[in-house]
Design a protein around this ligand. Structure first.
Ligand SMILES: Nc1ncnc2c1ncn2[C@@H]1O[C@H](COP(=O)(O)OP(=O)(O)OP(=O)(O)O)[C@@H](O)[C@H]1O
Length: 590
């Protein structure tokens, strides 16, 4: 049960916004909050608790006509509350005054929503210390002054500050992780940060002194700018000259060495050989492998590019080749091997053959993918490229894939609705962030399906193999129609839709001519029926309303017309809203 100190603090907070007797007992009949009852076990209205029912995690006090100044001390200065409170939702009341700096002591806050109140004054700088925040909604108030710097809150997914009187420049944000950003109708000024330009005009309109894309008003050049420009162009010219000299020198050298070139591979060059049975990755030095059925991929230098990763620690190509490898599966683009190195580290190595991409292009692509780090995307630890084949090294995830969890025979394993919804949220957020980051470079996942969704030790979903497909007109494995879906963002959305359908129905995407997306469409066309949902979800009594909501998102994603599918950002926003509703439903009504 919840500590008395926490109960007293919660009641005192509510009393600052509602009517109470002098003995701090709440008089408003909509609340059953009394000091001799328990917020979790006795289901206090609008209160959400942790699973053990030992602490309060959420307060959903929206649309209740509450008024009075926002006093956060009872929540944030009392560890019995502050240590567990993750959601504080106060939208649509008449709360006034400022947001007190004490908010920074509510360290666990992931959601702080105070939209449509009468709050005013400057936002405290201490807001930027809330580094667990995912959702910050201060829209439709009278806040003024500068926005605090939010660059440290890397997990922020939603920021809504529209319709206030904020001034100054748009501060630092980790825009690549934001699904929703809106500062429209304020008095902000200056240029819109480059990384925020993916958001639409709607996010910035109504600020007469904001400039730059996506708004049409151009930013004026500052006085020093033109001198800076001249210096910059001079710099480029100089760089060009240096490069040209290097090239000329190289050509000269190459010509000089031309005669000496027909010698065999140098001692340092190696041949990569891989047993086609998938049992071994081995290395032959300077000569072609003699094993009958081994695939030999010509002389290459031992160039394994290791990207920064704690797991990679001193990983060398030789180590990988020497280690025993076990074939885990052979997808349409090559095999996947489990490789256990001498020091006990286990890797998953993907081997792709015949990808017509130059080593340089491939390297650039991998480095670009590596830049966009997201907790729900499996990073490439290292890669290797030769003309014949590409190897990609990932951390081995022993918990398995979503495909296995849904369709594998795993006795006694349950896959509850809340976890399925968390999986949907995790994948959608990760995909939204990746699509946003790679919009310009046009790198989509290219093969999004449940066997490419893995689980980490904490059973959080992680998307693997991002960006491994060339844009060569791959047909989607689920779409038997004549329309070829290329590795585009729209195809990823289709893949995501199919994964959502799998989560909801528990059915295989394609099985003996059965096509999940078509089947769901036909069920919807005929008459709406709950039979579409996985039986285990029905018997668990998962919320039908929320399952239907998620199904509607899924159906939008598998729209046969690619251009009519929502984008990943929109999907993430929709699924996060469903998750919010789910969380709210756990906060009991009296
Ligand atoms: N990093 C990893 N750790 C553990 N298992 C993995 C990892 N990556 C993939 N797997 C699993 O290994 C199996 C084979 O993977 P592979 O990618 O070859 O197959 P696929 O996803 O069916 O095909 P493809 O992605 O090539 O279309 C799959 O079951 C997949 O879930």
């Amino acid at each position: 049960s919840v500590e008395d100190e926490a109960k007293r603090s919660l009641i005192s907070f509510l009393c600052s916004l509602s009517t109470c007797s002098t003995t701090n007992s709440v008089l408003d009949p909509r609340f059953n909050w009394t000091i001799d009852s328990d917020p979790c076990k006795d289901k206090w209205s609008r209160v959400g608790c942790n699973k053990k029912e030992s602490s309060v995690t959420s307060l959903y006090l929206d649309q209740l006509n509450l008024s009075g100044p926002l006093k956060l001390d009872p929540l944030c200065k009392v560890p019995a509350v502050a240590d567990s409170l993750s959601k504080l939702v106060l939208d649509g009341n008449s709360i006034s005054g400022e947001v007190p700096p004490a908010i920074s002591s509510c360290r666990q806050l992931t959601q702080f929503q105070v939209s449509r109140n009468h709050l005013s004054g400057k936002l405290p700088d201490s807001l930027s210390a809330l580094n667990n925040l995912k959702k910050l909604d201060i829209s439709f108030n009278n806040f003024s002054g500068h926005l605090p710097n939010m660059g440290r809150i890397s997990g922020l997914k939603l920021f809504d500050a529209q319709n206030n009187s904020l001034t100054g420049k748009i501060p630092e944000f980790v825009f690549s992780n934001l699904n929703y950003f809106n500062v429209s109708y304020n008095n902000l000024s200056g240029p819109i940060p480059r990384s925020a330009r993916d958001f639409s005009v709607d996010s910035f309109m109504g600020n007469p002194f904001l400039c730059g894309a996506p708004l049409t008003s151009k930013c004026p050049k500052s006085k020093g700018q033109s001198t800076k420009d001249i210096l910059m162009y001079l710099g480029y010219a100089l760089l060009g000259l240096v490069l040209l000299s290097v090239i000329v020198y190289k050509i000269y050298q190459r010509k000089k060495n031309a005669g000496k070139r027909d010698e065999a591979v140098t001692a340092n060059d190696k041949v990569v050989a891989l047993d086609d049975n998938g049992d071994k990755l081995n290395q032959e030095s300077g000569e072609i492998s003699k094993t009958g059925n081994s695939i030999v991929s010509g002389p290459v230098s031992t160039s394994l590019v290791v990207l920064t990763s704690p797991t990679a620690n001193g990983l060398r190509f030789e180590d990988l080749l020497r280690a025993p490898a076990e074939l885990l599966g052979r997808g349409k683009h090559g095999g996947l091997y489990k490789v256990i190195c001498e020091n006990g580290t286990t890797f998953a190595v993907k081997r792709i053959k015949g990808w017509a991409i130059s080593s340089d292009e491939f390297k650039k692509r991998m480095q670009r993918i590596d830049e966009a780090k997201h907790p729900n995307v499996l990073p490439v630890i290292a890669f290797y490229s030769s003309k014949q084949e590409k190897l990609l090294v990932y951390e081995y995830q022993q918990t398995g894939s979503l495909f296995r969890l849904l369709h594998g025979i795993q006795m006694g394993q349950t896959f509850e609705w809340t976890m399925r919804l968390n999986v949907a949220v995790g994948i959608a957020n990760a995909l939204a962030a990746m699509h946003q980051h790679h919009r310009e470079s046009n790198i989509a996942h290219g093969n999004l399906k449940s066997s490419n969704i893995l689980f980490n030790k904490n059973m959080e979903p992680i998307i693997s193999e991002y960006g491994l497909m060339s844009q060569d007109g791959d047909t989607s494995s689920d779409d038997s129609s004549s329309q070829a879906i290329t590795a585009t963002f729209e195809a990823d959305i289709y893949g995501l839709g199919v994964i959502l359908l799998e989560l909801l129905t528990g059915k295989l995407v394609q099985n003996n001519g059965f096509n999940l997306a078509k089947w769901v469409h036909s069920v919807l066309r005929e008459e709406w029926t709950v039979e579409v949902f996985d039986k285990s979800l029905i018997s668990e009594e998962a919320s039908e309303e929320r399952m239907v909501d998620l199904l509607q998102v899924a159906v939008k994603c598998v729209n046969p017309e690619p251009a009519s599918r929502p984008n990943a950002n929109q999907i993430a926003t929709m699924i996060n809203a469903i998750k919010d509703n789910e969380d709210r439903s756990l906060a009991f009504e009296p």
